[in-house]
Structures are given as structure tokens and as C-alpha cells.
Design a protein around this ligand. Structure first.
Ligand code: GN1
Ligand code: CA
Ligand code: CA
Length: 261
């Protein structure tokens, strides 16, 4: 056992830093030397003790040097519109343009068009008057711009309506007392008991009389007690020679009076 202890001791001296004695008598570290025997003279005792505990935490170190510059950031949003710049210098004068149409001649063109249009209108009105005169010549009666005229035939409501439409008019539809009188005058030319269909019916909804156009009637001249929808079968309207109205069945035959405007 002793031999092993001695050998360990010698090995320790060889692999750790050796010690030597300085001039002032202290023992100093001398790296990589093998002065084991010299130093051991001042260390008569056994192996060195264990390492001591960690010392207290040292004071805070000095501030480090400034770090390297960071990488370039993302481009920011566009800035606000700056104030307008100063007015630039006036450019050189451009080439002379072609001569424009004079304002006076443009007005003249419009005037000419207007005159032409007015002449056309006068021709049309003259032609219309001519046809109205023809209608009046054939026994037509006028009220305002309207002319009532008969073909002298008796037809049922459906055919009477068709006849007027084909002639470019509509079945007589008096919208006021004057127009009603004009239609009545036609009847007088056809005898005392003449009766004619009007362009009015309650075919769509019973009891609600409308013009052929679909509008509800505005003017009426019903006989006393009419319309009575007698026998639940009276949806068309006749005007009698006294100018009064009565609802009658649509399949009866009555004089055809058309109106033209
Ligand atoms: C006529 O004749 P009568 O009473 O069935 C007339 C009705 C009148 C009624 C008035 C076809 O019916 O529209 O409302 O007199 N019928 C016809 O008294 O003209
Ligand atoms: Ca009816
Ligand atoms: Ca009736």
C-alpha cells in the first residue's frame, strides 16, 4: 500500500505545475518543470486541499462598445402632397389652327333647321285639318280637337271597337259634357231612337267602368237608376238620343261612332 501511495504522489507532482523556492524563500509556480524534490522541501505535509467556494459576484462590467449598424428598414408610406411648385415659364406660341365656323353661321344653321321643321309642322297641321273637314263633311261633329263620326252601321261592342281601331280612331269616349253633346248630335242624324256604343265597359271588374285605355272613367252621364247590370249581363255602355247612358249586354247591335283626334 505504501508503495502505491508514494507512486501516486510522484505522478501528481509530475502532471501538475511544479513548484520552486524563490530567493525570498517563497514557493512559486513554475510551469512545466520537474522541480518536485526542490519544492517538496517546503511542503512537508500531505496532498493540497480542495478548491475553495466560488467568490462573490463581481461588480457590473463597463458598457460594451457600440454594436454594428442594423439592416435597412422597410420603406415607409408616401408622404403628403407637397405645395404646388412655382409657375413655369410661358411656352412658345403654337401653330395657327384652322379657321372655325363663325358663331353667327352656327346660329344660322339652327335657324334654318327650325324654319324647315316649322314648315313641315304647318304642312302636317294643314293636312290634318283637311281630314277633319272631310269627316265633318261626312256628318262628323267636332268638340275641341276631337271629331266624332259614324259609318252608319250597327255592330256589337267587339266589332264596333275593331272598326274604329282599323280606321285609326277609337270608339266614341266622351270625357266631358261638350264631347257627349257632340256624340249625341250624331245620333240625331240617325233618327229618334238611335243608340250608339261608347268606348267604356266594366268587362274587367263588375261595377268598375273603364275606358278602352284601361283608365277609370272620369266623366259620366248615366240615366237614372243606371248602371244596373240588368240580368247580371250588362257590361257595355250605350249613349241614347237624349245623351244619357245605360249599361247593356255587349252582344247587342248599336251604331258605331268613332272619335278622331
Ligand atoms: C232595359 O227592359 P228591361 O227592364 O229588361 C234595359 C236595361 C235597363 C232597363 C231600365 C237590353 O231592361 O239596360 O237598365 O231597361 N235593357 C236593355 O229599366 O236595353
Ligand atoms: Ca256590368
Ligand atoms: Ca242597364
Amino acid at each position: 500500500m505504501r508503495f502505491i501511495q508514494l507512486f501516486s504522489f510522484l505522478l501528481y507532482g509530475l502532471f501538475l505545475n511544479a513548484h520552486t523556492v524563490t530567493d525570498n524563500g517563497k514557493c512559486e509556480d513554475v510551469p512545466n518543470t520537474c522541480a518536485v524534490i526542490t519544492c517538496s522541501a517546503h511542503h512537508p505535509s500531505g496532498l493540497p486541499g480542495r478548491d475553495g467556494r466560488d467568490g462573490k459576484e463581481g461588480p457590473k462590467g463597463e458598457k460594451g462598445e457600440k454594436g454594428p449598424q442594423g439592416s435597412r428598414g422597410i420603406q415607409g408610406p408616401p408622404g403628403k402632397l407637397g405645395p404646388p411648385g412655382e409657375k413655369g415659364e410661358r411656352g412658345s406660341v403654337g401653330e395657327k389652327g384652322e379657321q372655325g365656323v363663325s358663331a353667327t353661321s352656327e346660329v344660322d344653321v339652327v335657324k334654318e333647321q327650325l324654319n324647315a321643321f316649322q314648315k313641315e309642322l304647318e304642312t302636317f297641321q294643314a293636312s290634318l285639318m283637311k281630314y277633319k273637314k272631310i269627316l265633318l263633311f261626312h256628318g262628323g261633329k267636332q268638340s275641341g280637337d276631337k271629331v266624332f263620326v259614324t259609318n252608319g252601321l250597327e255592330e256589337n261592342f267587339e266589332n264596333a271597337q275593331k272598326t274604329c281601331k282599323e280606321a285609326g280612331g277609337v270608339l266614341a269616349t266622351p270625357r266631358n259634357a261638350a264631347e257627349n253633346s257632340a256624340a249625341q248630335e250624331i245620333l240625331h242624324t240617325k233618327g229618334e231612337s238611335a243608340k250608339a256604343f261608347l268606348g267604356i265597359s266594366d268587362l274587367q271588374v263588375e261595377g268598375i267602368f273603364r275606358y278602352i285605355s284601361g283608365e277609370k272613367i272620369l266623366f259620366t252621364n248615366w240615366n237614372l237608376g243606371e248602371p244596373n247590370n240588368s240580368k247580371d249581363n250588362e257590361d257595355c255602355v250605350e249613349v241614347q238620343d237624349n245623351g244619357k247612358w245605360n249599361d247593356i249586354p255587349c252582344n247587342l247591335l248599336r251604331l258605331v261612332i268613332c272619335e278622331f283626334q
